[in-house]
Design a protein around this ligand. Structure first.
Ligand code: C2O
Ligand code: CU
Length: 467
């Protein structure tokens, strides 16, 4: 069996040798995959000139596949002009594999390599990206998808498609506009207006008539929060949130913030040539993002409920859990922290630094993204203990809050019905209180931040220390 493989389309897109494919029938550990980050000039849809994209393996959002509990090895080669690393977003990796420069590993300098090796404990749809100068790196396309397969899911679906949502801040001539603007960073972020799925404007994909279809939708955009709907099918259900199986709920305008994933299942119409459209229904005029068209041999699916085997994650004990309060607020540079930064000699122009204090968590402003020297943790946790965290959003903007190294249970919202689900990133709306619960994992410092990257890079980041 192949351990790491690509669909044919992806293999072609990736270029023959860009990704190693384990030989068929190999029993030994799967071949390591190589991920080379480099500047790649490429003309984006609708533009007349090439853009300097930053890509892994010359591919817009390459898709890697591995299996649950099997060792996955990725050799990261940095051919960029600045340091980088790979964060495996949502994967419960060992601390030293979490890919945060200065905190979990040294930065990978230009020309250097770093080998990531871990056995992902949970199946699902995950995302990887750098964790430094992220606003530009992600803005230029440096991101990929890691799919962790589970043998228990074999045969549940006839076909699956990975849909990676990303907008670009490119001008017609291909040059990029500023990735971080004060106007955007102080509000809901700076949006790109060239919207793509898998690097294409409104791609058309095929599904067999009557097929049981699984869409793995990944939002790798640094800013936009689409509200997703599928037109042209009777029922479309979210079957996994951030990769984790959930009790299926209707897609119906589900908001997918930056870094969030939704696996969506439906049965394709039985007639040929039927169109199913993935739309963003955020504004009154729905925006088509991608189209699926039925074609080929019809399948007779049983009308069984489409769902995944239940997630197997550490269950927090709500009766003994310790409460943690998290306030998401505008940033006013805390004089204590400023004094601390001065003392530590954090300078504004090192890479990773933006030195703007627009946002805060518990009134702490992340000191300008300087990862080199750490401010105090937001909370100190005990490994194996259960916690309930209540996040309050006291700002007029939404914040998709992400915790590294942990998959948490989203328990409730103070002002809307929210299906209970597992996540690594949860959207907290203005004036809302969201409760999550989790078991503190491996010891170490785990980042906790907003995934609207301009918010993250202008203060809305901190970390939890597990000991
Ligand atoms: Cu995808 Cu620290 O994040
Ligand atoms: Cu935010």
């Amino acid at each position: 069996m192949d351990k790491i493989r690509l669909t044919r389309r992806e293999a072609i897109a990736a270029g023959a040798a860009a990704l190693l494919i384990a030989p068929r029938g190999a029993k030994a550990a799967p071949e390591p995959v190589t991920l080379t980050a480099a500047v790649v000039p490429r003309t984006l849809p609708g533009n007349v000139g090439p853009s300097d994209l930053w890509l892994y393996n010359d591919t817009i959002a390459p898709v890697l596949r591995t299996r649950r509990n099997e060792v996955f090895t990725a050799v990261f080669r940095n051919r960029l002009a600045e340091h980088s690393a790979i964060h495996w977003h949502g994967v419960r990796v060992p601390h030293d594999m979490d890919g945060v420069p200065y905190i979990t590993q040294p930065p990978v300098k230009p020309g250097e390599s770093f080998t990531y090796k871990f056995a992902p404990p949970d199946p699902g749809t995950f995302f990887f990206h750098p964790h430094c100068n992220t606003v530009e790196a992600l803005g230029r396309g440096l991101a990929g998808v890691l799919i962790v397969e589970d043998p228990r899911e074999q045969g549940l679906f006839d076909i699956e498609h990975v849909l990676v949502l990303k907008d670009w801040r490119s001008r017609h001539d291909g040059s990029f506009e500023e990735f971080l603007t004060d106007a955007g960073a102080t509000r809901s972020g700076t949006f790109g207006d060239l919207r793509t799925v898998n690097g294409e404007a409104q791609p058309v994909l095929r599904v067999q008539p009557g097929a049981r279809v699984r869409l793995r939708i990944v939002n790798v955009d640094p800013t936009r929060i689409p509200m997703l709907s599928l037109r042209g099918v009777e029922r479309s259900m979210v079957i996994a949130t951030d990769g984790n199986a959930c009790d299926p709920f209707a897609l119906n305008g589900w908001r997918l913030g930056p870094a969030q994933r939704a696996d969506v299942a439906f049965i394709a119409p039985e007639k040929e040539g039927a169109e199913i459209v993935l739309e963003d229904v955020f504004s009154t005029r729905p925006r088509p993002l991608a189209k699926l068209v039925t074609a080929g041999q019809g399948l007779r699916s049983t009308r069984a409920v489409l769902r995944l085997p239940a997630a197997e994650l550490p269950q927090p004990d709500l009766k003994t859990a310790t409460m943690l309060d998290v306030q998401l607020l505008a940033g006013s540079a805390d004089p204590k922290l400023l004094a601390w930064a001065r003392e530590m000699g954090v300078s504004p122009d090192e890479i990773c630094l933006t030195q703007k204090a627009f946002w805060s968590i518990n009134r702490q402003v992340w000191p300008g993204m300087g990862h080199e020297k750490l401010p105090p943790p937001l909370y100190e946790l005990k490994a194996g203990r259960s916690y309930v965290m209540e996040m309050f959003n006291g700002t007029p903007h939404q914040h998709p809050m992400h915790m590294h190294g942990h998959t948490f249970r989203v328990l409730s919202s103070s002002n809307r019905d929210l299906p209970a689900h597992w996540a690594d990133t949860v959207l907290v709306r203005p004036k809302e209180r969201i409760r999550i619960a989790f078991v503190a994992g491996e010891t170490g410092d785990w980042m906790f931040h907003c995934h609207i990257i301009e918010h993250q890079e202008t203060g809305m980041m901190g970390y939890l220390r597990v000991s």
